[in-house]
Design a protein around this ligand. Structure first.
Ligand SMILES: NC(=O)c1ccc[n+]([C@@H]2O[C@H](COP(=O)([O-])OP(=O)(O)OC[C@H]3O[C@@H](n4cnc5c(N)ncnc54)[C@H](OP(=O)(O)O)[C@@H]3O)[C@@H](O)[C@H]2O)c1
Length: 344
């Protein structure tokens, strides 16, 4: 017997990918319910070869639903996740609403699967920010080998990280530039077509942005609170796939060759690192793929025990939907969730 699974935000970028991945990986479902706002009432989304009519979140009763995967933004999650959890339905939340709550585990299955056991306090499990998810998949096996002291990261984040409106804006502006129409910026703070914007999420008092702060807080929560991390997060005119230029300082010596070997064997990682033209991964290579790609691994002689590398992944998959489905699989594998129908 399978599970009854609700996807909140099923019409969005992440929600659609969630439906694809649940189907692709054969997650044991009896029924999948697609939920969104009133705007989407009656629209349809695909789940494998089936078509699901979208229902409205506000009027849906979760009492016989086993699992709810939320990807409808922080405000919707803040209002709904606790209510859904109280109805005995386990929530896996893609927003930042509960990531820093001590009673909510923040999980990347390749990194801290054992932390999942804490979910029962609120029946909520948080999925990390897209940039952090791919970063920690690569950092974890290296940390196990040589203890990371400090990480300096610059991100190159695609517009799909800002939802479907972000993708529409890049498309519309690019076309406007070609046909010499006026270019309007609505979703992003400056023009994104043929440009880069060093600003994601709101500014904080110390001059960093919330996106940059999230990378620090989430890496500490999932990997090790002792790791120092500083980030600069940048939006780039790429549709899918986040890239990161990462500099890592370790406690113990580690060579580029050792790091390459460790990452070749690490779960979720795929090393593409030939020192020749095209011998590295780019966001287009990662789109539609599950792996976190690691390239350009090299020793940084300006610090003791330093490595530099380039990390790329599909932000809608490992950065969101895939990781959420892997969390759901972990719940099932560990027997932490059983179908309500079976229990009744
Ligand atoms: N994109 C990424 O790389 C990424 C990565 C990690 C986490 N996330 C998180 O995932 C969430 C969704 O991101 P996205 O990129 O999929 O955004 P999106 O493409 O803009 O989709 C938003 C979805 O939320 C639904 N929604 C909005 N308001 C709602 C309401 N009041 N009630 C019910 N549903 C509502 C929308 O439904 P309608 O179509 O009816 O408006 C739509 O299905 C966000 O929390 C985001 O931070 C995204």
């Amino acid at each position: 017997m399978g599970f009854k699974v609700a996807i909140v935000g099923a019409t969005g970028n992440v929600g659609r990918e969630m439906l694809n991945i649940l189907e692709e990986r054969g997650f044991p479902v009896d029924e999948v319910v697609a939920l969104a706002s009133r705007r989407s009432l009656g629209t349809e989304v695909s789940f494998g070869d089936r078509t699901l009519k979208v229902k409205v979140l506000d009027t849906y009763d979760f009492s016989d639903t086993d699992l709810c995967i939320m990807s409808a933004g922080g405000n919707v999650s803040k209002e709904w996740s606790p209510k859904i959890g109280k109805q005995g339905c386990v929530v896996i939340d893609n927003s930042s609403a509960f990531r820093y709550d001590q009673d909510v585990p923040l999980i990347v299955p390749e990194v801290n699967p054992d932390a999942i056991s804490g979910f029962s306090k609120k029946n909520i499990i948080a999925n990390p920010n897209c940039s952090t998810a791919q970063l920690v998949v690569a950092l974890k096996p290296l940390h196990d080998k040589a203890r990371i002291k400090r990480v300096v990261v610059a991100t190159y984040q695609s517009v799909s990280g800002a939802g479907k409106e972000g993708m529409d804006e890049l498309f519309t502006q690019t076309r406007a530039v070609f046909v010499a129409d006026p270019v309007e910026a609505k979703k992003f703070t400056k023009r994104i077509a043929f440009n880069v914007i060093p600003h994601i999420d709101v500014f904080l008092d110390d001059g960093f942005t919330k996106e940059e702060w999230k990378m620090v807080a989430e890496t500490k929560k999932m990997l090790d609170p002792k790791i120092k991390l500083t980030a600069t997060c940048v939006r780039v005119p790429v549709f899918i796939g986040h890239s990161e230029a990462v500099n890592i300082e370790f406690e113990d010596p580690i060579t580029a060759d050792e790091a390459r070997e460790i990452l070749r064997d690490a779960p979720g990682c795929l090393v593409i690192d030939k020192r020749e033209d095209g011998g590295y991964a780019t966001p287009i290579d990662s789109a539609g793929e599950d792996a976190t790609y690691i390239s350009r691994i090299r020793e940084d002689s300006t610090v003791d025990n330093g490595l530099a590398m380039w990390i790329v992944s599909d932000n809608l998959r490992k950065g969101a939907a895939l990781n959420a489905v892997q969390i759901a699989e972990l719940l099932v594998e560990r027997g932490l969730i059983t179908p309500k129908k079976k229990a009744a």
